[in-house]
Design a protein. Structure first.
Length: 170
């Protein structure tokens, strides 16, 4: 009677199996570590400025302006902007004056929405959050029109006006 061969194909595969199992174990450990890290960092606070504003500031629906929701926060617009910027860094931050009304506001630009901050009462700020970037841009174009582009996710500042006339490449 012949004993079964411990080797397939004439060589010992056990070292290769150990290496394969070690690689699989390393991949699983890295995946678990990344998942644990994302859960821990996600539970320490919101990483989205809009969600932070909705959770931490007083909603004032009577101050809403079309597609822009109003909240009231303690502190000056600069202090509130600093607080919000610590939660999620804006793409850009600008103080701007409305070309028609000469009113001044501080604005935080995010890829999906805009936040406008205006003095409200004694040491309070009216925090205005747009539903989306384009509606916020349209609403505050008197302030931010010369500073930012009208379409979200466009790198750089300034106008997106491309000029008239014939020619290609437009």
């Amino acid at each position: 009677m012949m004993a079964s061969a411990p080797f397939a194909g004439g060589y010992d595969r056990r070292p290769l199996n150990r290496i394969r199992n070690g690689i699989i174990a390393a991949i699983v450990l890295v995946a678990v570590a990344l998942l644990a890290f994302s859960c821990v960092s996600g539970s320490s606070g919101s990483t989205n400025a809009k969600a932070y504003i909705q959770q931490n500031y007083q909603r004032e629906a009577g101050l809403d302006e079309s597609s822009v929701d109003a909240y009231v926060a303690d502190g000056t617009p600069e202090q509130v902007a600093d607080e919000i910027s610590e939660i999620q860094q804006p793409v850009d931050r600008r103080t701007a004056t409305d070309t028609a009304t000469s009113g001044t506001g501080l604005f935080l630009q995010y890829p999906d929405y805009l936040v406008g901050l205006f003095p409200y009462q004694d040491n309070k700020t009216r925090v205005m959050v747009s539903d989306d970037y384009e509606s916020g841009y349209r609403h505050y174009s008197g302030f931010v029109g010369p500073l930012w582009v009208s379409r979200p996710n466009f790198s750089g500042g300034g106008s997106d006006y491309r000029g008239g006339g014939g020619g290609s490449g437009k």
